[in-house]
Design a protein around this ligand. Structure first.
Ligand SMILES: [Mg+2]
Length: 165
């Protein structure tokens, strides 16, 4: 892992999974298989390849993990729990507004007593607008766009960048 990255902050929709809006899901959720969750209408959420492996290795390397997601918290949490992934995160920040700079402030305040500064932090999101919003406020954060036309579009490549695989 690059020496400076101590905290990895991950968006959820279209990053951890392919679905664009966990808030639109209709509970209850049902786990279909290792990488698929289905809501009560048959709407499916598919986990990206290699997510759990990435989270596990990040923890093993001593990185802190947080989410930073624009969703109704109970909806996105239900998806994380259905996949059994909530336990990997030190902090779950999921709020029903797009102001990710405000969410990031909360996240940095939470990890500051552990010696984490913005320069030690990486933020991964699919939307350039969100990355820009966070960069404007916290220019020291390493931002990565998870998108076919972005900086990275797989968790194995994200591992190479952030975990030095
Ligand atoms: Mg997203």
């Amino acid at each position: 892992m690059p020496a400076r990255v101590k905290l990895i902050v991950l968006d959820l929709d279209q990053v951890l999974w392919d679905h664009h809006d966990a808030t639109s899901l209709k509970p209850p959720l049902r786990r279909v298989d290792a990488t698929t969750v289905e809501d009560s209408t048959g709407e499916r959420v598919v986990l990206r390849d290699g997510v759990e492996d990435f989270l596990r290795r990040a923890r093993e390397r001593g990185a802190y993990l947080s989410t930073c997601s624009w969703n109704e918290p109970e909806k996105a949490l239900a998806v994380l729990r259905a996949f059994g992934l909530d336990r990997y995160f030190d902090l779950l920040v999921i709020e029903p507004h797009p102001e990710k700079d405000r969410m990031m402030e909360r996240i940095l305040n939470h990890f500051s007593p552990m010696g984490v500064r913005e320069e030690d932090t990486a933020f991964v999101d699919d939307k350039e607008e969100m990355l820009e919003r966070v960069r404007r406020r916290f220019p020291g954060i390493l931002t990565l766009r998870f998108h076919p036309e972005g900086d990275v579009f797989s968790f194995s490549d994200l591992g190479k960048i952030l975990l030095g695989d």
